[in-house]
Design a protein around this ligand. Sequence first.
Ligand code: FAD
Length: 435
Amino acid sequence: MGRVFKYVILGGGVAAGYAALEFVRRRGDTTAGELCIISEEAVAPYERPALSKGYLLPEGRARLPAFHTCVGANDQLLTEDWYKEHGIELMLGTKVVSADVHRKTLLTSSGEVISYTTLIVATGARVLKLEEYGGNGSDGENVCYLRNIVDADKLVRVMRSCPGGNAIVIGGGYIGMECAAALVANKIKVTIVFTGKHCMGRLFTPKIAEFYENYYTSKGVTFIKETAVSSLEVSAGKVTTATLQDGRRLPADMVVVGIGARANTEIFEGQLAMDKGGIKVNGQMQASEASVYAVGDVAAFPVKLLGGEPRRFEHVDCARKTARHAVAAALDPSGVAGDIDYLPFFYSRVFALSWRFYGNNAGEAVHFGNMDSAAASSSPKFGAFWVNKGRVAGAFLEGGSPEEYEAIAHAVRRGAAVPDVAQLARGALRSSSGT
Ligand code: FAD
């Protein structure tokens, strides 16, 4: 025999926290048996981006409960007590091992069957392991991945065990870049190895990447590009050396791996329609089975701004907004919530730098700001617009003010017409600051 809930949120990450708050805002306190959150993690939902930023600082570091959701959106801090006070059952440390969407049941690793009327899937994503690419060494005592708080605690422990040592960071995406900056702050020597031609290959233009690579280099970071780590040498449980495909051998006191993530869809494979590596949903975040909604990293949903093209984003803003939208739709399935109208948004903060990106990086990239002098400046400001079919499709800005970020987001949102690309480049910062 198991328990029965009207609404179940499966997963206890960012999307789950924002969904819970939206639920309470719309419905008031829940009654017993109404809403349950099931999470494999041992702690209440928290703002995951903090793990590669404030959590890794050498001083004044962020620690729970300070970054539980929904503080990342300058909203309420939801501690475990908040869920209790609002009648929400928080089943922590509980993994769901299988689901039956026809019977509307979930089976937990402890053998309990949970029944639901409506399910919101918020299972997020998990890291890709070196072994999935033919590599080795993931279980090394000094090899770190970063997805959850347990990973972050290991990373902090390993960093502290080798002050002044050598870290190899595998991967040039945002996890690799943010961890590299944190390692430098912790006085560890960093070499970043990745297969691409430049860092943040899926988003940055070569020119933007050059700025950040130069900045990192000025902080003592070494980049080794267009090659991969072919093997890690392990001695007494620890990696000591990384061997590259080109034969080079790098001494390692620790390794951080950031080579991507995969959406946690397995328990729904064969039961729900899938797309873009995630669960396919409509504009109400509803899956092919009407009683199931999917949100956050795991959901592939139609993006109006992209002509309704289905997309899946691993962005915290997307987790927050899709979660709120799904709750609105689930609580009023008559369709009053309408279809989600999402503006893709991603950001990162490293060292004293901070950037934001909105929209789609399709089309011709038009850079603005002087990126050479930006490198020497203590508060650089530059960016790029992506122009597609004569309109602004995407925008990137480093070092903007809130008003400037708002302005570039607005230009993307309305698909501002670009009659003259050169003029756009010259006027970008002026117009984005509204002067
Ligand atoms: P998650 O927050 O990953 O939550 C998924 C939850 O589901 C987890 O608690 C997991 O344990 C649980 N779960 C999964 N399967 C099961 C199961 N079978 N049973 C029970 N529980 C399960 N985005 C940005 O835009 N900017 C950033 O700067 C940024 N920084 C980041 C830094 C780090 C270190 C990481 C890891 C991510 C970062 N992101 C960033 C991405 C952002 O955090 C994610 O997009 C966001 O967390 C997605 O929310 P989610 O709720 O979909 O998934």
